[in-house]
Design a protein around this ligand. Structure first.
Ligand SMILES: C[S@@+](CC[C@H](N)C(=O)[O-])C[C@H]1O[C@@H](n2cnc3c(N)ncnc32)[C@H](O)[C@@H]1O
Length: 252
């Protein structure tokens, strides 16, 4: 794991409140697909401030949270004081063997040490249980959205690796041929300043030198402002896609 990877994986706590304010949650259709039927005990791994946790609690599930960053956990426990939380990483889950029906991961699998995480997920899952992994990604349908993407070519490289293609579904670290995939498309109404604030919570953007970061965020807001003017509206519909994967040890 490179120093840069570690730097980005551990930066979230420095803007935990902003993360919670500006990041979206996950569509119900996506969350339902990630969970095995009849699941009761669910681990939210890399839970951050609780974006996915909230959807699990809304389904009356018994939720356990594992998250290494204390600042992210503080925001999560303020909103969900009754949830069982552990400050730990995906490489060493403080849970007994065969103790959960599902492990779910929102927007975080790419930060984990995959070999250790897969071994731990295998260990804590009950027979028949599965791992559900989801990413909210840009779904650049409109010309102005493609303009936005071009301002940040790095984002596109990463997104293209995750967005569905016609090929077999694959997730880094998970056994090839054992993963299922679905995608849920949705739109998000945001004002130009909202887009700026949301992009500022992208860890890769957050670690840029201040001037470079501000230039990127200002240019992004300008693209959204131009589109809002064109529409005669204060907000624009940002197209997103929740790309969901699931893996069951032992096969489907
Ligand atoms: C982009 S946030 C996602 C938070 C939340 N799951 C969500 O859906 O908004 C990524 C989270 O992964 C956590 N994380 C980074 N490395 C981790 C690791 N090795 N094990 C567990 N969590 C990790 C970070 O602290 C951060 O809270």
């Amino acid at each position: 794991m490179s120093d840069e990877h570690v730097r980005q994986a551990t930066v979230f706590g420095s803007f935990a409140e902003e993360y919670d304010r500006w990041r979206p949650g996950y569509p119900d259709e996506a969350v339902d697909w990630l969970l095995p039927p009849g699941a009761r005990d669910v681990l939210d791994l890399g839970a951050g401030t609780g974006k996915l946790t909230a959807s699990l609690l809304a389904r009356d599930l018994r939720v356990t949270v594992v998250e290494p960053d204390p600042a992210m956990l503080a925001v999560l426990t303020r909103a969900h004081p009754s949830v069982v939380v552990h400050r730990a990483g995906a490489d060493a889950l403080p849970l007994p063997d065969r103790s959960v029906d599902a492990v779910v991961v929102g927007q975080a699998w790419h930060w984990f040490p995959h070999e250790a995480a897969v071994a731990e997920v295998r260990r804590v899952l009950r027979p028949g249980g599965w791992l559900g992994v989801v990413w909210n990604l840009p779904d650049d349908r409109e010309p102005w959205e493609r303009d936005l993407a071009e301002l940040d070519p790095e984002r596109d490289v990463r997104s293209r690796a995750l967005v569905p293609t016609s090929g077999p579904p694959e997730v880094e670290g998970l056994p090839a041929g054992e993963v299922q995939r679905t995608s849920v498309h949705w739109t998000w109404e945001l004002a130009p300043d909202d887009v700026r604030a949301m992009l500022a919570t992208d860890s890769r953007i957050a670690v840029l030198p201040e001037r470079e970061r501000d230039e990127l965020l200002d240019a992004s807001a300008a693209v959204v402002t131009a589109e809002a003017h064109r529409r005669g509206a204060e907000t624009v519909p940002l197209h997103r896609v929740s790309v969901c994967f699931r893996w069951r040890p032992g096969g489907w």
